[in-house]
Design a protein around this ligand. Structure first.
Ligand code: ASP
Length: 331
């Protein structure tokens, strides 16, 4: 029997047409599906138009909207395909990985670098593979399908702004690849078949501080009264300057208020390690300071919002943050 897959459309280039002021997402889901008629040989498709947005306009509100749509239709379908703009697709993929856990039914994000009506588009290939994956018995979890790759929602990153191979799996193997229409799987779901859990609470009151050489600690005067969680994206293995102590003193004030800080790195691969250098150890010694090792920046943002949506208690939040979810944290 053919599987039933629900297409949820949110906009993005894949569904865009030229408007008066540049490309805008304008196509309805039926128009998208009409470009890939062979989908009807693979599965039974139904579609729901959720948004018409450039993904620059997609954030926590839409993530929760997508979660609710999957939750409300979960029992009626075998899998879900979500078309989405590529610019923030990795954030949405990470957020859905925390908000929809232990799903045996695949939740698959895809999009394209060129609109589906372009003659040289990547949209048809990506849409076809997304449906092939969503209808496969080997599929599971929240995944991003793009340019013949199936990538964990917690590991996907947009690494190219123009080429078709726009997404990479960062510091972790891909879930699977497509060779033409054949799926070659590499990763299977951990922990057998559990029952799916949905969450809809997020705390978007977090701040990402990307360190600059010579940055002053007075930024904490601004951050302290406003935010519940802080990500500090440092240099190399991570840490804070120790010659000018103003950032360290600012962080001390922050942690005294019982707020969580996550240290990460501006380096794309291999993650942080605060235990090596003095500049790292002084930061790590402060209460409520976590290091995320090899998590992607998108996964860090989404996980911090998810964790703080559940609890503001730094100890409980910290433990939850460091508990691996869908291979997000490997070392
Ligand atoms: N600006 C578009 C978006 O993210 C880019 C794309 O879809 O490729 O919605």
């Amino acid at each position: 029997m053919k599987k039933k897959v629900l297409l949820l459309t949110t906009g993005g280039t894949i569904a865009s047409r030229p408007g008066e002021n540049g490309l805008v997402p304008a196509m309805i889901c039926e128009e998208l599906l009409a470009f890939v008629p062979e989908l009807s040989e693979i599965c039974e498709v139904e579609a729901l138009q959720l948004y018409h947005l450039d993904s620059t306009n997609v954030g926590p509100e839409q993530w929760v909207g997508i979660v609710k749509a999957v939750r409300d239709h979960y029992d009626d379908y075998d899998g879900f395909v979500i078309t989405h703009g590529t610019d923030t697709m990795a954030y949405t993929a990470a957020a859905l990985s925390y908000l929809i856990q232990d799903t045996d039914k695949p939740v698959v994000l895809t999009g394209s670098q060129k609109s589906i009506y372009n003659r040289d588009t990547d949209a048809r290939n990506n849409l076809l593979h997304a449906f092939l994956y969503a209808s496969s018995d080997l599929a599971w979890g929240v995944q991003l399908v793009f340019d013949n790759k199936v990538i964990l929602g917690t590991r996907a990153r947009k690494v190219r702004s123009k080429s078709f191979n726009a997404f990479s799996s960062i510091d972790y193997p891909e879930t699977a690849v497509f060779r033409d229409r054949d799926l070659v799987p590499f990763l299977s779901k951990l922990g057998g078949r559990g029952s799916v859990r949905f969450d809809t609470e997020l705390d978007k009151n977090i701040f990402l501080l990307r360190l600059l050489p010579g940055m002053d600690g007075d930024i904490f005067d601004f951050l302290l009264p406003r935010y519940d969680g802080l990500i500090i994206e440092g240099f190399g293995m991570g840490g804070l300057p120790t010659m000018d102590r103003s950032l360290l003193e600012g962080l001390e004030r922050w942690t005294k208020m019982g707020k969580l800080t996550v240290f990460s790195t501006q380096v794309q691969h291999e993650g942080s390690d605060l235990s090596i250098y003095e500049v790292g150890r002084v930061a790590k010694a402060l209460p409520g300071v976590l290091e995320v090792r090899d998590m992607t920046p998108e996964a860090i943002v989404a996980k911090l919002m998810w964790v703080l949506g559940k609890t503001k208690d730094a100890k409980t939040a910290g433990e939850l943050f460091l508990t691996p979810v869908q291979f997000d944290l490997s070392i």
